[in-house]
Ligand binder design. Structure first.
Ligand SMILES: [Mg+2]
Length: 266
């Protein structure tokens, strides 16, 4: 991939964003609230722990012990780090030296990769494993601070209702995110095969923007950001710099944040 251009993104700290939202809310009163929309995976929630739990459970299966015991070393210190995307980044980093050092038969490595991918795909996108997600620093408090301004809060996710609906609701409640009021809504895809970016684009186009004094959207995936920016230019977008598919460059002229922790002194 070509080098990304030097970063010249707008400097707007999280605290400045919050102050902006608070002052807009104050000016517009109850009639025209702010709408704040948050993506879940890799924006409010770090999915690394869920990822690691799926890998651990793969090694606990009987079939792993029987067929792949020589791969166990790979999993001993396996870690999902910032920027990892999908299974490949994590396992290839952990396994590369091991496969070469131990001269493991290529066919066996292929079989191992196939079975791991199948297991991971089957488990990662399920209600059952969502409880291992952990919010990024300050995320819960930040969403509460915005909700306190009478803003409408929407959690807009590429997760689908069938496989991940109840688990998403549960994990938001577990970590104390505001989800109880009618002004707070979780929006999931009705079907897993719908494209994430198109789903989110269409959602933004369908809402009644006139109801709101300002609309904000916090998202980690550049593909989604570029599409929504183009189709709904009135939306204030904040790029959450965690990990993404690398299918598009991150926006270099929008605010970037890496956590939801703000310093009152800033
Ligand atoms: Mg995401």
């Amino acid at each position: 991939m070509a080098e990304w251009p030097p970063m010249t993104h707008a400097h707007l700290s999280l605290r400045q964003i919050l102050v902006k939202i608070q002052s807009v809310a104050q000016e517009n009163g109850l009639e025209k609230p702010v709408l704040a929309v948050f993506d879940l995976d890799s924006t409010l929630f770090d999915v690394g722990p869920r990822f690691e739990k799926v890998l651990l459970d793969f090694t606990l299966q009987k079939s792993f012990t029987e067929q792949f015991q020589e791969f166990a070393e790979i999993f001993q210190n396996i870690k999902v780090i910032k920027g990892d995307w999908g299974l490949k980044d994590v396992v290839e980093r952990a396994g590369r030296n091991h496969f070469q050092k131990n001269k493991i038969d290529e066919l066996k490595v292929q079989n191992f990769r196939r079975q791991l991918t199948e297991f991971w795909t089957e488990k990662f996108f399920t209600n059952e494993y969502l409880e291992f997600d952990v919010p990024y620093k300050g995320a819960t408090q930040f969403v509460h601070s915005i909700a306190k301004t009478n803003a409408d809060i929407v959690y807009l996710t590429g997760r689908d209702q069938h496989r991940m609906g109840p688990g998403s609701q549960k994990v938001l409640e577990k970590w104390g995110f505001p989800v109880q009021s009618p002004k707070q809504q979780l929006v999931l895809k009705p079907h897993k095969d719908i494209d994430d970016a198109l789903f989110k684009r269409d959602w933004f186009q369908k809402i009644d923007s006139q109801k709101y004094s300002q609309i904000w959207f916090f998202e980690n995936e550049p593909v989604n950001i570029h599409l929504i920016r183009e189709s709904s230019p009135h939306v204030n977008i904040v790029f959450f710099d965690s990990t993404h598919s690398k299918k598009a460059h991150p926006p270099d002229d929008l605010p970037w944040i890496q956590d939801f922790y703000w310093n009152e002194e800033e």
